[in-house]
Design a protein around this ligand. Sequence first.
Ligand SMILES: [Zn+2]
Length: 149
Amino acid sequence: MTLTQLSVDAQRAYPPRMSTFTQTFWSALAEGRWTTTRCKACARQTFPPKPVCPHCWSTEIEWSELGATGILYSWTRIHAAPAVFAAESPYAVGIVDLEDGIRLACRLVERDDLPLTVGQPVEMLVLQYGDGPLFAARPRGNNQLKSGE
Ligand SMILES: [Zn+2]
């Protein structure tokens, strides 16, 4: 699944650690591809990507695509941010239930026309920072973004 990509004129405040294993995920995300691992033994996907299946402990995994849409399970707005994120506050983070059955936490990109509400349909997207990508979600609808984002 190729995600919508938004350019961010900044560096990531807290870049993710990368390993030989997770490099595959981050390289795909940099190209806008939304992927994770699927177990070859039980066929279940997990997120974040893992070299061992947490359901059946198989080490036979493969990379697979994730769907871009889901529902906002919960969210909050951070006003008193950790020091490393202070320049970005206030900002919203949430828990998204993807239609693929994956639950994940991520930054939320807000829109003036679609306020954040529990149960709101959302789409995943890629924030392309100057030093690399991060994934995020935003309310699903038209492509009009809040000014400045
Ligand atoms: Zn498995």
